[in-house]
Design a protein around this ligand. Structure first.
Ligand SMILES: Cc1cc2nc3c(=O)[nH]c(=O)nc-3n(C[C@H](O)[C@H](O)[C@H](O)COP(=O)(O)OP(=O)(O)OC[C@H]3O[C@@H](n4cnc5c(N)ncnc54)[C@H](O)[C@@H]3O)c2cc1C
Length: 380
């Protein structure tokens, strides 16, 4: 998503662009394993890149999806307080949302919650009208089409395995036909991306500028460019989020997304809807060493318990494992807020290298705005 958005913005600015994707097709990384929620911009600190890019990206995303007929729905969301001590948290989120300039925000009482969502039990809630859902894959395909029609080339099965500085830019060493998806994964404990497969074809591309939008491998690609990711604070900590779905036959009727108050490393086990109206629950947040996308069925009970605090009818229902995604977090366990890193690395001795590191949520919402920011940083 981020690489394609950057490619489209750079190509439209008249740059000559090649996207190198290690996988066999686009958007099979983090972009295919998330909640597909268009965030309003409520949660992040005032003045942060996450806030600015979420707001700008959301507005651009809705306009883009309207213009290009990408499936999406602005259905709104409730952040619910289910205990008295959570009411000040929701009020604090309202104050933050107002400070961030988020439109369509309203604090409502329990009766109004019940009127909007009869299945939801809450003492109060923050109602966000601008929140929505989008078909992430269709969104990506439309950005790819835009990039290609502006002259960019999108090449799959091309894994970047080396970056050699030149007098003006970089020689990008590429392994061809490596589309096993392994490059999507760069666990903190083994952060090198480039393990050429025996006999793999190699090619090299000379580029004035390299944009690192490698998702979970973004820190490792920065390492290839000679950057000391630990000294810079760019080491990513993979943090897994599992999702569960209702067991076949069970039904809960919701018109909006429903979130509890946020937790330490994530937004809490929320109830989201996809464009077909299916309800799913998650993600949780668990720091991991291995990039394993299997969902642990043993978590079903904890998910049911968490979500039944605001959806009481879930107490008698069964949940089944759905899918998982892994966040490239810059904040390690127990650490505070970390912002997106979107930076041209001249100051760190790597001119012409633009790093997009730590692009966790709201990266999908912010993608078009991140693309524009990258295009402004990518030197000719
Ligand atoms: C559980 C979860 C829920 C989320 N929910 C939301 C949400 O509801 N709303 C929202 O706005 N955001 C959400 N996000 C965040 C959003 O999904 C991400 O910010 C966004 O998808 C990141 O896109 P990306 O392009 O940076 O990463 P990716 O989609 O992972 O793309 C990186 C690409 O780089 C390729 N690559 C890696 N190494 C190499 C190499 N050496 N050579 C060539 N190619 C390489 C990979 O194959 C991959 O295709 C969520 C994230 C997670 C994990």
């Amino acid at each position: 998503m981020i690489g394609l958005a950057a490619a489209a913005a750079c190509a439209k600015a008249g740059r000559s662009v090649v996207v190198l994707e290690a996988g066999p097709e686009i958007a099979r990384g983090i972009t295919s394993r998330n909640s597909e929620v268009v965030h309003a911009g409520i949660y992040y600190p005032e003045g942060s890149a996450k806030t600015a890019l979420c707001l700008a990206g959301r507005r651009a995303l809705y306009a883009w999806c309207d213009a290009k007929r990408v499936p999406h729905r602005k259905l709104g969301k409730l952040i619910v307080a289910t205990r008295p001590e959570e009411i000040p948290v929701v009020e604090g989120l309202q104050a933050r949302a107002v400070a961030n300039g988020v439109e369509g925000i309203e604090l409502i009482g329990g009766a109004e919650v019940r009127r909007l969502e009869p299945a939801v039990l809450a003492l109060a809630a923050l109602h966000s009208r601008e929140t929505g859902i989008v078909d992430a894959h269709a969104f990506c395909r439309s950005i790819q089409a835009e990039a290609e029609s502006a002259g960019a080339f999108v090449l799959c099965d091309r894994r970047v395995v080396g970056l050699v500085p030149r007098s003006h830019g970089w020689r990008v060493e590429v392994e061809v036909g490596a589309g096993d998806g392994a490059a999507q994964a760069s666990p903190a404990s083994a952060p090198r991306p480039a393990r050429p497969s025996p006999g793999g074809l190699r090619e090299a591309i000379d580029a004035g500028c390299v944009v690192d939008a490698a998702g979970l491998a973004a820190d490792a690609i920065a390492g290839l460019a000679g950057l000391d990711v630990d000294a810079l604070g760019w080491r990513q900590h993979p943090c897994k989020g599992d999702y569960f779905a209702l067991a076949p036959g069970a039904r809960i009727s919701l018109a909006r997304l429903v979130y509890p108050v946020p937790q330490q490393a994530g937004l809490g086990i929320h109830a989201t809807l996809d464009l077909a109206g299916r309800v799913r629950f998650g993600p949780d947040a668990e720091y991991v060493d291995a990039l394993d996308h299997r969902v642990d069925p043993a978590k079903a009970e904890a998910f049911r318990e968490a979500a039944s605090r605001y959806l009481p009818s879930l107490a008698g229902a069964a949940l089944v494992p759905d899918y998982a995604g892994i966040r490239p977090k810059l904040a390690g366990p127990g650490e505070g807020f970390r912002d997106f890193v979107i930076e041209e690395a001249s100051a760190h001795g790597a001119p012409g290298f633009v790093a997009c590191v730590g692009i966790e949520s709201p990266g999908l919402t912010a993608a078009l705005a991140i693309g524009d920011r990258v295009a402004a940083l990518a030197r000719p």
